[in-house]
Write a protein that binds this ligand. Structure first.
Ligand code: FE2
Length: 436
């Protein structure tokens, strides 16, 4: 971002090495487990957090920057008021949070920080607010940094100016509250490309999961973000970079999402379902965040950058394709099948996979998620339009950070084939990715 220069993970020579390195050599050499320090849950969570923050910040440091989604000013005001009345903490609200996180808005907030000198940054909103807050922390403390060269193990020593990064998610699905990834848009490329900044120090220190912040989420957003969480857990589970730690998180998250997402969509004020989805998405965030997003994320990012559908719907549209393609090289889909209550013993691999995809598609139908690009309503995309951007989608997907982690090696012709299948997403066509 900030130049035409490409990011390190787009380097040609690295791609062929990466699958081997990440699955074998690196796994037993470098594998930190990263998660927030404290996550406050339940109806007292905001007060717990305010108490903690109030005790941590000394009297002369009681200034926080609240990075608030444009459409949710009341949540920003509620947090500001709680911090002020309980602990005399002052705040500034920065609400120019845009989808896809363009660098220009981040720099605008950095200017505010230069003047205001906040000692904590608190994101209140969905993935864009949380990613914006991470980028503000990074570019406020290290304005000279070249984002294209950052890798997770780069240690920059952040938190010299801002001591605390916190997140109060208002959607349940992105997992950004638990991850050290910020998805931002490189607006200097034409057309713009989504770029991942991956750095351990971007993981928030504190998280507040309070149902007051999610109970008014409308059904389509509940569905889209919930499907994002499901794609995080299922998509990353099949990656060979997974560990026992990420496995337990991903498998539990899938179960919770299957149980509670339909309820949260049907009745928004079902607080049990809302609260389980908050936690389920958070757990999926821990799961995928400590592995990588799956192939469906690489395909979905590139499609989303060009067609502007909801991120969760984008990745859900490519989830079956991602699972079918990689299942040729791994048996891990069988564990997913068990969560979907599919019989494994004595059955052929393709039979199990097919039933898993059938059940996944039935679930998508149940929650109102389109099964293919042709079924997508927001926005409607004709086959001609879709095909006209094929070359760009393939190029961006091949260069996406997440495709490096694929359990089965990806090349541009295969990615093109996947994209072609996805327009109709017929099950027989998807299964061909497994057979070939
Ligand atoms: Fe996602």
């Amino acid at each position: 971002m900030g130049s035409q220069q490409k990011a390190w993970y787009e380097t040609e020579s690295l791609k062929s090495l990466y699958i081997k390195a990440s699955s074998n050599a690196m796994r037993n050499y470098h594998g930190p487990i990263v998660s927030p320090k404290t996550t406050f849950t339940g109806t007292n969570s905001l007060i717990d957090f305010a108490n903690h923050l109030g005790s941590f910040l000394s009297a002369e440091d009681k200034r926080v920057l609240l990075v608030v989604d444009k459409d949710l000013p009341k949540f920003g005001e509620k947090v500001a008021e709680t911090l002020k009345t309980m602990k005399q903490i002052d705040s500034r609200i920065f609400s120019n949070v845009l989808p896809e996180v363009p660098r220009s808005t981040v720099m605008e907030a950095v200017e505010v920080c230069n003047e205001y000198d906040p000692k904590a940054i608190i994101a209140i909103g969905g993935g864009s607010a949380m990613d914006t807050a991470k980028m503000i922390l990074l570019l406020y403390e290290k304005p000279e940094i070249n984002l294209n060269n950052l890798m997770a193990p780069s240690y920059l020593g952040l938190r010299k100016k801002v001591y605390i990064l916190a997140a109060i998610p208002t959607t349940s699905g992105t997992g950004s509250e638990t991850t050290f990834i910020a998805v931002v848009t490189d607006t200097d490329r034409e057309p713009p490309k989504k770029t991942e900044v991956v750095l351990y120090e971007l993981c928030p220190d504190f998280v507040v999961l309070h149902t007051d912040f999610v109970k008014t989420m409308p059904p389509y957003l509940t569905m889209g973000t919930g499907m994002d969480a499901l794609a995080h857990a299922m998509g990353s589970y099949v990656l060979t970079m997974s560990t026992e730690y990420t496995d337990i998180n991903n498998l539990k998250a899938i179960q919770m999402i299957l149980d509670y997402l339909p309820r949260a969509i049907k009745r928004g004020n079902d607080l049990e379902a809302r609260s389980k989805m908050q936690l389920g998405s958070y757990i999926a965030g821990i799961g995928f965040g400590n592995v990588s997003g799956g192939v469906e994320h690489g395909l979905g990012h590139s499609f989303g950058a060009l067609f502007h559908a909801h991120h969760g719907v984008c990745v859900a549209l490519y989830l079956s394709i991602s699972l079918a393609f990689q299942s040729k090289a791994t048996d891990r889909f069988k564990d997913l099948a068990k969560v979907f209550k599919i019989k494994i013993e004595g059955r052929q691999r393709d039979e199990i996979l097919r039933e898993l995809l059938e059940k996944l598609r039935a679930f998508m139908k149940l929650v109102g998620c389109p099964l293919s690009i042709s079924e997508l309503e927001k926005p409607k995309i004709s086959r001609e339009e879709y095909m006209s951007k094929m070359d760009q989608m393939v190029e961006y997907a091949f260069d996406d950070y997440t495709t490096l982690s694929s359990t089965r090696k990806l090349d541009p012709p295969t990615i093109r084939w996947m994209y072609e299948i996805a327009y109709e997403n017929k099950l027989d066509d998807i299964m061909e990715l497994f057979y070939k």
